[in-house]
Design a binder for this molecule. Structure first.
Ligand SMILES: Nc1ncnc2c1ncn2[C@@H]1O[C@H](COP(=O)(O)OP(=O)(O)OP(=O)(O)O)[C@@H](O)[C@H]1O
Length: 288
């Protein structure tokens, strides 16, 4: 099935005199991995929870899987998976039985044993949830988010507490789901996670979209100047240029062998992101 999964226009949410969401427009096509980035208090969770149907909006329109999330019912909810920022409440049962229990809520659920395997918990299938490590407990949350074979999966800071290998395995799991056509909305504070997983990144600050682009092009990153640095006559030299290859070729002609301590640096997603957040005049203590 093709088409648009999320369509939002002029979305607002006001708490007292605080515009938590101050007019957001966005559209997410089926099969996309769409990531929200932004400092604490930017309005990401508020936006996502409106889309999940767990918060009311003050203004604007929202369509998710063709329905208004403010009024859509249980059949719509069964098509959505959510991995919350906080641990999902689970019954006091072994991991495998918890997943089996949640599978019972969905008409098209995956095989629970397969999902336990998919999230890397096969060895812990008989363990009680409160005996799991932080990262393993998070994997159980992910299992419960995907057990219903959702068309649209919301992931709110899903890899908090994961060790690097577990994070990499999780990314591969999410890539696999995306390849199968699941649309994924990811909220994260890990820039490398957004860069690895997201087709597009939406930077939100103070309730507004500051940028929406692919990770490679965000904030003019693709065409941003590179810094070529090297050492010469005991000093560190550097040039900022849009043509680093030409600079390296010129240096190569000047030096007989290796160019001493050559480095070519393009802005990372993190540098671009931090620059945007500064431009948005967000107080430092609330930034990522
Ligand atoms: N229930 C609420 N009542 C009043 N204000 C709220 C409520 N929920 C959120 N806010 C305010 O709305 C703004 C946006 O909060 P939100 O939780 O959406 O931010 P966020 O981008 O998800 O932040 P974080 O990265 O810390 O999770 C903040 O100023 C917050 O204090």
């Amino acid at each position: 099935m093709s088409g648009t999964v999320i369509e939002v226009e002029g979305l607002t949410k006001r708490y007292g005199d605080n515009d938590a969401v101050a007019g957001i427009d966005l559209s997410v096509p089926r099969g996309e991995v769409f990531s929200f980035l932004g400092p604490n208090g930017a309005g990401k969770t508020t936006t996502v929870e409106i889309l999940e149907g767990f918060r009311t909006r003050t203004g604007g329109s929202a369509r998710v899987l063709g329905r208004d999330p403010g009024t859509a019912g249980a059949d719509w909810r069964a098509r959505i998976g959510i991995v919350w920022q906080k641990e999902t409440m689970v019954p006091k049962l072994p991991v495998r039985d918890v997943v089996r229990h949640f599978a019972g809520y969905y008409p098209l659920a995956h095989d629970p044993d397969e999902v336990v395997e998919m999230v890397g918990l096969a060895e812990k299938a008989k363990a009680m949830p409160d005996s799991l490590s932080g990262g393993q407990r998070r994997r159980l949350d992910v299992a419960l988010g995907i057990i219903g074979r959702p068309e649209l999966l919301f992931l709110d800071e899903p890899t908090t507490g994961f060790d690097p290998r577990a994070r990499r395995e999780f990314w591969e799991l999410i890539q696999g789901l995306a390849r199968e056509g699941t649309t994924i909305v990811l909220t994260t504070h890990y820039l490398e996670e957004a860069e690895f997983l997201a087709d597009r990144v939406c930077v939100i600050a103070a309730g507004r979209i500051r940028a929406l682009d692919t990770p490679a092009s965000l904030g003019g990153r693709a065409s941003a100047q590179a810094t070529v640095a090297w050492s010469e006559e005991g000093e560190r030299r550097e040039v900022r240029t849009e043509e680093p290859t030409r600079t390296v070729a010129e240096l190569s002609a000047r030096f007989p062998g290796e160019i001493p301590e050559l480095s070519v640096h393009r802005p990372t997603l993190e540098e671009i992101y931090l620059g945007m957040i500064e431009d948005a005049h967000v107080p430092e203590e609330t930034a990522v």
